[in-house]
Design a protein around this ligand. Structure first.
Ligand code: NAG
Ligand code: NAG
Ligand code: NAG
Ligand code: NAG
Ligand code: NAG
Ligand code: NAG
Ligand code: NAG
Ligand code: NAG
Ligand code: NAG
Ligand code: NAG
Ligand code: NAG
Ligand code: NAG
Length: 511
């Protein structure tokens, strides 16, 4: 395969000295997906050969470890040996042992071995002094006997005062299913990755998080990182069951020097984590806005064109929004990223050189709070136009798929997967009555969050003449003689539904 060849060529960045060599996992790991990767030079992420050891804990005593997969990118030292021990004791016979160069694939014997304890110890050693390059993962799954560890829960505050002027509203109000994706490949070295992680920290720590699939408030979180091997991502915390702390604690501690395929990774993540109503613990919530946020300190030109036919289609099909947050991009990278966003107009992108709340506000304000400080391609306006003044139409979302003619009805109940408007909407549409008309017939199809999201109509004197919220099985109509009709759509921070379609037919003056 072409990509594997590319991997071997890129893997030439391996060094044979061991100047400032750091283990991939520098501390112990808690989570459902423990990474296995070579130690690396902090300056440029090239592979090195320091022996490494850490303990992986599933975080739940009924979850043990198994499903090991390992890919060796290149092998310079055949003495390399990876060992996995059951428990925190490394004496005795390892549970699994893998020699340098031996890939462990899904379904193989070593892949099927399971630990008997919620903690395992992972060690890598070699006797030679040339560096090997490998990437892999071992996953936690349920099946162990439960222990009697007490369960503590912390009640979340329901109200709080908030007055940070950096943000348009309190980030606690954000109600999204958010997948944080960190690009581990960075030309800026450890410094860039650390700062990227800091932006993630400063973003997720401000959210009010929930793991309840039935909750209509708060954000559910999940963390993945981009990796060099198919499927080009690694899930780092339990999908939709992660707290902000889980996300922060599992941020990648080293970069990678081999490029994966970002398009394939993002598309795979959307299909994995954003299915509704399929009874799975990794299903997304219905009727909430959803977003994937890719944090990256470089903008690659290969394998990341975010094409409309492939990547956009998957995001649209699953009703998910994409945001790319660039950190300290060079002018060329920035132009490629921001230019792509404005040319294709389906994803949002920013570049920031900061890690503070100013950086967070640069994407939270325009895209999560819709404050109009930048064009928000997640919910573009659909401006009413008419070539001959006979009929005007506008709708939200732009890909509205409800009824649009008086014979149409809201028939199928909404599964909440795709085609919804945005939170914090505040959009205005104005239609002037053509000179040759004495009034306008307005037909409205709508499905909005009842009592919270509104489509209101005002006449030329700004008097409210019609207001829609909730939904009607068929359309509603009214007639107005106002010379200027203004419609305002506002939505709150919570549920999002199939939206509205408005059709306006000017009634010609009798001749
Ligand atoms: C990792 O866990 C082991 C066993 O629980 C412990 O002995 C060791 O001190 C821990 N290491 C770190 C860096 O926390
Ligand atoms: C551990 O997982 C089991 C099975 O999913 C679940 O019922 C239990 O609540 C979990 N325990 C903790 C402490 O999270
Ligand atoms: C992470 O965020 C918290 C809360 O915003 C902040 O107190 C802490 O300093 C941040 N940590 C880092 C490493 O940025
Ligand atoms: C969510 O709601 C459904 C339907 O009301 C219910 O069957 C399910 O148990 C609820 N799940 C949780 C985690 O509360
Ligand atoms: C739900 O969808 C996910 C992602 O497509 C899939 O992995 C899982 O098997 C599905 N679960 C069920 C119960 O259909
Ligand atoms: C979801 O799971 C519940 C309990 O396991 C089962 O009763 C129900 O039929 C399932 N629903 C679907 C749509 O598979
Ligand atoms: C974008 O990526 C797709 C899939 O990787 C590829 O088929 C297509 O040629 C790429 N387009 C451009 C303009 O690079
Ligand atoms: C951010 O840093 C890059 C690289 O040093 C520089 O090219 C760019 O102009 C900076 N951007 C801003 C907004 O300061
Ligand atoms: C941005 O990158 C340049 C090198 O390209 C570096 O000198 C500068 O310190 C970086 N800026 C920040 C804010 O990290
Ligand atoms: C009206 O709805 C039908 C079916 O839902 C769709 O095929 C058609 O394109 C829509 N027309 C407009 C103008 O949106
Ligand atoms: C539509 O109506 C406006 C306002 O009366 C008028 O200025 C414009 O010429 C009309 N356009 C057409 C195509 O009739
Ligand atoms: C507007 O509605 C009235 C009845 O309410 C109807 O008589 C008239 O034909 C309609 N005009 C158009 C252009 O549909």
């Amino acid at each position: 395969m072409g990509w594997k060849l590319a991997a071997f060529l890129l893997a030439l960045s391996i060094k044979y000295t061991n100047a400032d060599c750091t283990c991939y996992e520098q501390a112990n790991y808690t989570g459902f997906s423990a990474p296995l990767s070579n130690s690396f030079e902090t300056s440029d992420f090239s592979a090195c050969f320091t022996p490494c050891k850490y303990v992986a804990y599933s975080g739940n005593d009924t979850f043990g470890w198994g499903g090991l997969t390992i890919n060796w990118g290149s092998v310079k030292d055949n003495s390399g040996i990876l060992q996995i021990f059951d428990g925190t004791d490394i004496t005795g016979i390892p549970l699994i042992q893998v020699s340098a160069g031996t890939n462990v694939l899904s379904g193989s014997t070593k892949n099927l071995i399971k630990s008997s304890q919620p903690r395992i110890t992972i060690t890598y050693t070699q006797t030679g002094t040339e560096a090997n390059n490998y990437n892999g993962v071992i996953k936690a799954s349920s099946g162990l006997q439960p222990s009697t560890v007490p369960i503590t829960t912390t009640a979340a505050p329901t109200t709080r005062t908030y007055n940070d002027p950096t943000f348009k509203y309190d980030p606690y109000l954000i109600t999204h299913d958010i997948m944080i994706v960190v690009n581990q490949k960075t030309s800026g070295g450890m410094a860039a990755l650390t700062q990227l992680n800091e932006i993630v920290n400063n973003t997720v720590m401000q959210l009010y998080t929930t793991t309840d699939i039935n909750s209509s408030t708060g954000s559910r979180l999940s963390l993945a990182s981009l990796t060099p091997y198919f499927p080009y991502y690694s899930i780092r915390t339990a999908i939709w069951e992660s707290s902000a702390f889980d996300v922060v604690n599992n941020l990648p501690k080293s970069g990678i020097s081999i490029e994966g395929n970002i398009d394939t990774a993002l598309t795979g993540l959307v299909k994995l984590a954003y299915t509704v109503n399929n009874n799975s613990s990794i299903a997304t919530r219905t009727n909430v806005q959803r977003s994937v946020v890719l944090f990256t300190a470089e903008w690659p030109t290969t394998g990341a064109n975010l094409s409309t036919s492939y990547v956009k289609k998957a995001f649209d099909d699953y009703g998910v929004n994409l945001l790319v947050v660039g950190f300290n991009l060079t002018d060329n990278e920035k132009t490629a990223l921001m230019g792509g966003a404005s040319a294709y107009q389906w994803y949002n992108a920013v570049n920031t050189n900061k890690t503070t709340n100013d950086a967070v506000a640069s994407f939270v304000n325009p895209y999560y709070f819709n404050d109009k400080s930048a064009p928000n391609f997640w919910c573009p306006m659909y401006h009413p136009t008419s070539s001959d003044n006979s009929s005007f139409t506008f709708q939200e979302p732009y890909n509205y798929d409800g009824p649009n003619s008086t014979t149409g009805q809201w028939s199928v109940s909404f599964d909440g997967q795709t085609g919804r408007y945005c939170n914090f909407a505040s959009n205005q549409y104005t239609i002037s009555r053509p000179d040759n008309a004495d009034g306008m017939n307005v037909t409205v199809f709508y499905e909005l969050e009842a009592g919270k999201d509104f489509l209101n109509f005002y006449d030329a004197s700004n008097n409210l003449i019609a207001s829609f919220t909730g939904y009607d099985i068929s359309s509603s109509s009214f007639y107005t003689t106002t010379p200027v009709l203004t419609a305002r759509f506002t939505s709150d921070n919570q549920s999002v539904f199939r939206g509205f379609n408005v059709n306006i037919k000017p009634n010609p003056k009798p001749t």
